[in-house]
Design a protein around this ligand. Sequence first.
Ligand SMILES: [Mg+2]
Length: 107
Amino acid sequence: MLVGTQIQKEALELWGEDKQANMITEECLELATALLKYQRNPCDQTREAVIDEIADVFVVIEYGPMIFNASEIQNRINFKLYRLRDRIKAESFEDIERKKIQKDFRL
Ligand SMILES: [Mg+2]
């Protein structure tokens, strides 16, 4: 996992953990709002706003491992990715079984 760029480290030193943690909150809320506006009115302007806010979140999310514990966060990422993989496998299996049943009923 990347743990902050030099620029983000400098920002953290300059403004401190509390303000940069607040930036994570602020940018995530801006992204959520932009996504809602895009869903309500999909157009070039709302799409560009989503892209801009995703970029903001990518920049500020790097403060997370710098403020909190990077290895703990990495462990949780790994857990959640493995859980997602298992859910995909389970869903795929259920889909295959569902298609078999549908095929059997057509015969
Ligand atoms: Mg923003």
